[in-house]
Write a protein that binds this ligand. Sequence first.
Ligand code: UD1
Ligand code: MG
Length: 362
Amino acid sequence: HYKIEQDLRRSILINAALCVAGFFLTQRMIPVASRYVSKRGLFGFDINKKGTPQGDVKVPESLGIVVGIVFLVLAILFQYFNFTSDSNWLVEYNAALASICFMILLGFVDDVLDVPWRVKLVLPSIAALPLLMAYAGHTTIIIPKPLVSYVGQEVLDLGWVYKLYMGLLAVFCTNSINIHAGLNGLEVGQTVVIASAIVIHNLMQIGASSDPEYKQAHAFSIYLVQPLLATSLALLSYNWYPSSVFVGDTYTYFAGMTMAVVGILGHYSETLLIFFLPQVLNFLLSLPQLSGYVKCPRHRLPRFNPETGLLTGTRDGTLINFYLRIVGPKSEKSLCIHLLFVQALGCCFCFMLRYFLAGWYK
Ligand code: UD1
Ligand code: MG
């Protein structure tokens, strides 16, 4: 038992060291890739700076492709340094990587071809297939104690419904990050906050449990989330206000899929959904426009006033607009910081909730 503990610690530390290298590599590669994507016409204009000189600058788009590639290289190399697990682990790990890789491909296709909105929505369910087909883990859920007497048993086997749920989770995580966007730094910023919360959650679970299987499942999450965090931080240094690169749907889909995958394989998807609370809220606010009930424009952003440099909320159904209408006009940078703070508060709320509800399980 002590040996497992030591091996896990060693694997996690080696993973962290690889991530430091990954951070610097990503930071070096982004300016190089920026030149190439711009040359091929992959750039966008910064909408929230329209009417100022900065608004006329062509900003390289889809730099998520660099993050995705460095992430995959780190995750593939790391297998060599996993000391504790069996071949079962390798099957799921590689299926997860196949799904993430497939998602990066489809995200990049979307950036290049600009596929219609409805098609975009289903891309993640295609990318999730490798994981869903290879998944051999349990398909049961634990019933909270107060509900056991109603359900009649302590665990419930959901069978194929569980796989359907996994697919839907992938669709939700990817799209919900992609539509909580449009401010410099917000797409990457929210990912950095959630990924940090995931790392903390996993470390806490490893520390609290004595079950090697359980520790292994959470270590597995760390092996994938640390590289996501490191490479995203490098991207954030360019995407932070004022952005010198845009991340593209390549990044939002990749980040969402990676977090969905670790939530599924680490068996904590309910916790993950609470980390995604602002995204859930944004999704609910967006439903009328997403369902086509109300007209959905190409961009659902606040109105920018070039004279004052402030953003004002519009009637489009997004959390950004909703928040602006509560707190009043804000600059793009401070609005982004506010929203990331809200995201972090949500994560703290989740940790508290888990702490108080701990008695409901096990
Ligand atoms: C999603 C949102 C859309 C939002 C867009 C911004 C829905 C249904 N779709 O669309 O409302 O406007 O993201 O990313 O909610 N851009 C900026 N500043 C930024 C980031 C992006 O001006 O900080 C602009 C640039 O012109 C960039 C473009 O948005 O080229 C990228 O948009 P894209 O990610 O392709 O939009 P969607 O994901 O389709
Ligand atoms: Mg997008």
